[in-house]
Design a protein around this ligand. Sequence first.
Ligand SMILES: NC(=O)c1ccc[n+]([C@@H]2O[C@H](COP(=O)([O-])OP(=O)(O)OC[C@H]3O[C@@H](n4cnc5c(N)ncnc54)[C@H](O)[C@@H]3O)[C@@H](O)[C@H]2O)c1
Length: 428
Amino acid sequence: MSGAQAKAAVICGCVGVFAEVSGDALWKRHAQGWLVEVASDLDALISRIRKFRRERKAVSIGYVGNVVDVWERLVLEYETSGDLLVELGSDQTSCHNPFLGGYCPVQLTYDESRSMMHDDPEKFKDLVQQSLRQQVAAINKLAAAGMHFWDYGNAFLLEASRAGADILKEGGSSTRSRFRYPSYVEDIMGDIFSLGFGPFRWVCASADPADLDVTDAIATSVLEELLNTDVADVVKEQYTDNMRWIKEAGRHQMVVGSQARILYSDQKGRIAIALAFNTAVANGKLKGPVVLSRDHHDVSGTDSPFRETANVYDGSALCADMAVQNVIGDSFRGATWVALHNGGGVGWGEVTNGGFGLLLDGSEDAAKRARTMLAWDVSNGVARRAWSGNNNAEDSVRRAMADDTALHVTMPHHVTDKSVLEAALSRR
Ligand SMILES: NC(=O)c1ccc[n+]([C@@H]2O[C@H](COP(=O)([O-])OP(=O)(O)OC[C@H]3O[C@@H](n4cnc5c(N)ncnc54)[C@H](O)[C@@H]3O)[C@@H](O)[C@H]2O)c1
């Protein structure tokens, strides 16, 4: 299990509950400080949830066991006491790979599941699908009682639908409206990829925590400067949220291995931060070079109709050419390395992802590469979203062209006769 959600729950002021079938994985996250406390049976878990809700205390509680048991116990609590103990819910099993270790069915222990997936894969698949149906039945009851559920980006809705779970929306047909529950891209993150915002990240090659502190401070001052320029309100909101994050990130001790940081940023912010880091490497303020990168879960890097491109509504969400074109463009424009792969997050055949690394060694050349490559790496996906009819993306492209007169993006022609659009939508 990843510990990020446990930290996020506490940062956001929630009582967060995280079920994990592997005791080793759970205790490791606890020892690393990502998880505040651990409950090893359901009675203890429920009494801790009730206590912290009463005290309105932000905390993360790990439960060693199967998540299906937790969902079903939450249903029982609701049915017997009328108390809905969960307002927000999602699933974070590795459902992109459900039959080879990503999902442990409720009928088996963790160890039994590890053996059966190899010894009797057919039976294992049956149990996984049965468990998914059982899990969805419990989730549906809690959702009917008022819980808000969304797909975490792990192909849970997709796999549950393949298992025959009651997860499809009546009358829904496209990727947009197929399921009862939304994808987190549409529901939680909003339209940020159209604004060019995505998880930009960097690693301090010196491996020195002091260097990471310096980069946090540099990124904060760059965002402060950008906030004082003439930026659209919708962009200002993003800078303000992300400034809050980067100011607090150090104190939440998120680093496990590399001295690395993620900061959601747009094209302007990414380039300004990269240039400021490069200057700091050149003048010795940073002890070593910085490697820039980003998550594949970003504006231009990924074609995935169930995640990153779930909100591209013109039918092109099912194409995989943006990720390929993007990685090639990055390589021409100065990336130190690029990678193109398949399956990230939602599974093989469902997604194409591209990524890059860009070394900032303090040289003039590195600054030039950062300017040209990062501009492409963001504008490419924003342009694609503009062509699909997204107004935020169209505004972002216009702003990018005003900032950089060398950038020419063909602008889309809008349908003026609304009846044509209505006819197209009614066919979905
Ligand atoms: N939305 C995003 O930005 C985003 C980011 C990272 C990962 N993901 C996706 O989320 C999923 C999880 O990612 P991860 O890095 O935490 O993976 P992970 O494999 O480290 O963790 C998943 C955990 O689920 C546990 N598990 C499996 N079945 C269970 C069950 N029935 N009950 C309780 N625990 C169970 C496994 O033991 C495992 O430790 C993946 O599909 C990944 O692609 C999404």
